[in-house]
Design a protein. Sequence first.
Length: 381
Amino acid sequence: MKKIAILGSTGSIGTQTLDVVRNNQDLEVISLVAGSNIEKLEEQIREFHPKVVALWNDKSAQELKQRVKDIPVEVLSGMDGMISCATLSDVKIVVTAVVGMIGILPTVEAIKAGKDIALANKETLVTAGHIIMPLVEKYKVALLPVDSEHSAIFQALNGENNNKISRILLTASGGPFRGKKKKDLENIQLEDALKHPNWSMGRKITIDSSTMVNKGLEVIEAKWLFHVDFEQIEVVIQPQSVIHSMVEFADGGIIAQLGTPDMRLPIQYALYYPERRPLPGDRVDFYQLSQLTFEKPDLETFKGLKLAYQVGKTGGSMPTVYNAANEYAVAKFLKREIKYPEIIEMISCALDAHQYISNPSVQDILEIEQETYRNLQEKWK
Ligand code: NDP
Ligand code: MG
């Protein structure tokens, strides 16, 4: 039995991970963590029988405790609860599928406890990659990408041993506003931004995909995971979302990974690496598809992607500010409190106001996150 913990079990990646568990007989859920969704977590407890669960919200945890009195499960809450779930001695691999920088501390503690990490929570690597990567090495754990593009790159590197990557071709669908110009984005409504053409995902990442900030975060994520320079990472728009990413080697040979847009593939691959298990679902039909097309990203309209390269190259505390400002702005946009273009304006404003730090600790990163929120709160009254 492979024993797993899922942080963010009630979300898009979390529920698809549980679907993978359902389809395989040798995965055992030891712990589950969610934010406040009592109903869904209760259902998951009754189906998967974890030993320990945690909810972020203390009141929700108290209510859940009452509801599952008939089951032998421990119910915890808050950051301590989440860390306990991620570090339980039984757990072999932790799926980090919470959304946002809240994932940093539990990921750090899980690595220190010797757990392998199936990483969906890209915000952790974007803001704390300089801390996470050395820890992964020190504690000799595996860091397995769940993000579809990074899983594709990881799969393309199979068997390449010490062959150096010359270029990573990170594919992007282009999102719902591909082909639009800056002035077309002024009056975008929430409903428009939540309509992703190919993938069904959580609300935050769906907005990030529409602004291409998601691709920006993925560029930084790829830099850490695959030890390449930013100059080696090229974003290619691939509107059909069939090529999930590609790697070019010194001889010009390119290896790509293709498939239908189904996150269960990268999730299952991370859980069973290097083994490939059967996975029910649609297959690519090339006759139906008939063509694969490619475009260059428009960095003037999608300035969030351009900014990501800039903050990535500067490094230090800049990616934290970029990410924190985006998290803050997207939360506001989801509540209809700001207009669509203000997401990128807020990121630029936060970056301009920030005093750069070269090698932030986890503590610094979490303080910079709060400082970024405070600054934006004051400026956007
Ligand atoms: P969702 O919004 O669908 O789910 C987020 C999960 O995190 C939920 O279980 C939520 O619980 C939980 N959560 C939120 N806040 C807290 C908190 N403070 N403490 C504990 N748990 C919390 O997100 P996604 O599944 O879409 O994304 C998760 C991560 O994976 C993100 O980092 C995203 O960038 C990444 N990712 C997602 C992809 C996708 O296809 N969805 C693809 C590639 C990467 P509750 O339900 O109770 O709110
Ligand atoms: Mg992705």
